[in-house]
Design a protein around this ligand. Structure first.
Ligand code: HEM
Ligand code: HEM
Length: 424
């Protein structure tokens, strides 16, 4: 019997690393264009937000009489206080974008089917938590911007029949935005949401490991390389670039802070936070029950339903599904952007005046039906031109909906003036 040579024990760094990664990874899985590092970027942004958030708690006071002043003190009288707030503010905004880009990445590389289906659902939940973090954080500075934006958004659920008012009151902790809302949002923001996020993120990571890493094309031709240094170096570079970029951006651009919140003086227009801007624009055009209940629920149902489809495993990991995927995406995105813009204009300048004398239900239904008809038109066109299959149909629908929301958001943010009138 030959004695085995004793294995060298792992150092602390390697042990930590092996909790995150397997010792070996597929060479094609660590190519930058496979994931664009977006999952890791989200994780790092959360770490930055948690650290800066914990530091912010040392000076922040969650009460209407003190919150705004504590932010002013932080910015003007605390060493590096302004930078700390800017870092938290810009990282939070960036995380909405990077989480969504990561969602697009997994969606358009077909990484949501079979063993990854559950992780798509966890991801959707993580995205909802990111939005909840941003929304609850938005109120905390207690200035005119945050107070009125939260007032607008917290009123939105009240359009839901029967339970709407109750829901809005529950969200605010009362009939209007006040000290109860601030305290509730603060507690959600700094304890419940971080806890939820950490649990969900750990499950998310576990499922990535369980699925043997991210999707790769032709997994049978795997060429394995050591995770350290091959992947670790790339991750360190992306992390360094992200942190430096954020630091420099936060040194140059200050987080906005308007006057102390005044519940008696509403600005005009009052705009929702940018990630809800599309929803605010939608409310101008279609019936509120459609805009606040039916459209979002159908969208969520659609996102939950897609990964249940059967898909050719050869296409898993392939960007945009197949060779013509990019053209399909381009057609559906451009057509949808054009039609959404056109419907907004037609509704604003013709339909509203024409239908104003009729029942409000008709006024709120016609633009919606017009949109559905044009979407079906785009799908019919794609079917004629490309003879698309089921997955291509989903990809096209996804890009149509996404581009419409983008256009609605742009219009709401940049082209709505006093009384939310359209301006150019
Ligand atoms: C453990 C985690 C976190 C803690 C303890 C924390 C704590 C805080 C505190 C005390 C404030 C008030 C100070 C201020 O407004 O500048 C704040 C603001 C804010 N937080 Fe967080 N936060 C955390 C994570 C996050 C995350 C993950 C996000 C977004 C994804 C986020 C988004 C925001 C936003 C948008 C604001 C308003 C920033 C501003 O304009 O001043 N926070 N947070
Ligand atoms: C916001 C916090 C999130 C974090 C920290 C996170 C982290 C990660 C990481 C590190 C990976 C593996 C590497 C990579 O793909 O870049 C991953 C994969 C994955 N994520 Fe996320 N993610 C988040 C949000 C989301 C969202 C919003 C979705 C979609 C709704 C999602 C769905 C997925 C799926 C399906 C995979 C498996 C992809 C594959 O196997 O190729 N994640 N995530």
């Amino acid at each position: 019997m030959t004695a085995k040579s004793p294995k060298k024990p792992y150092g602390i760094f390697t042990t930590f690393l092996l909790h995150l990664h397997p010792p070996m990874v597929d060479k094609s899985a660590i190519k930058f264009t496979r994931t664009f590092g977006l999952g890791g970027i989200n994780a790092l942004l959360f770490i930055i937000l948690a650290i800066t958030g914990i530091l912010l708690r040392f000076s922040y006071l969650p009460a209407p009489e003190h919150a705004y002043e504590s932010i002013l003190n932080l910015q003007n009288q605390t060493f590096l206080g302004g930078l700390l707030r800017n870092l938290h503010h810009w990282s939070a905004k960036l995380m909405v974008v990077t989480a969504f880009l990561h969602l697009l990445r997994v969606f358009f590389t077909q990484s949501i089917y079979f063993e990854r289906k559950k992780n798509w659902y966890y991801g959707l939940l993580l995205f909802a938590i990111v939005l909840a973090f941003n929304f609850t954080g938005y109120l905390l500075p207690w200035d005119q911007l945050s107070f009125w934006a939260v007032t607008v958004v917290s009123n939105m659920p009240s359009y839901i029949p029967f339970i709407g008012d109750g829901l809005s009151n529950f969200l605010r902790g009362g009939p209007e935005v006040d000290g109860h809302t601030l305290l509730n949002f603060y507690n959600l923001h700094t304890s419940i949401l971080p806890l939820l996020f950490v649990v969900m993120m750990s499950l998310h990571f576990y499922l990535v490991r369980k699925a043997k890493g991210v999707t790769v094309q032709n997994p049978e031709e795997r060429e394995m390389v050591k995770v350290n240094p091959n992947l670790v170096i790339r991750e360190a570079l992306v992390a360094l670039a992200l942190f430096l970029g954020l630091l420099i951006f936060s040194m140059i651009f200050a987080a906005p802070l308007l006057d102390y919140a005044n519940p008696l003086l509403s600005p005009n227009p009052i705009k929702a936070p940018w990630y809800f801007a599309g929803m605010q624009e939608l409310l101008i055009h279609i019936h509120p029950t459609l805009a606040i209940l039916i459209v979002p629920l159908s969208l969520i149902g659609f996102l939950l339903w897609i990964p249940n489809q059967k898909i050719n495993t050869q296409n898993i990991g392939k960007w945009f599904y197949n060779e013509r995927g990019k053209s399909l995406l381009l057609y559906s995105s451009l057509l949808s952007a054009f039609f959404t813009f056109a419907i907004v204009l037609v509704n604003e300048y013709f339909l509203t005046e024409m239908l104003l004398s009729g029942p409000p239900l008709i006024l709120g239904l016609v633009p919606f039906l017009l949109y559905i008809a044009l979407t079906l038109g785009i799908i019919f066109f794609l079917q004629m031109k490309f003879k698309i299959d089921k997955i291509e149909l989903f990809n096209a629908l996804f890009s149509i909906i996404f581009c419409s929301y983008l256009i609605l958001s742009i219009i709401s943010i940049y082209f709505r003036g006093i009384n939310m009138e359209l301006i150019f």
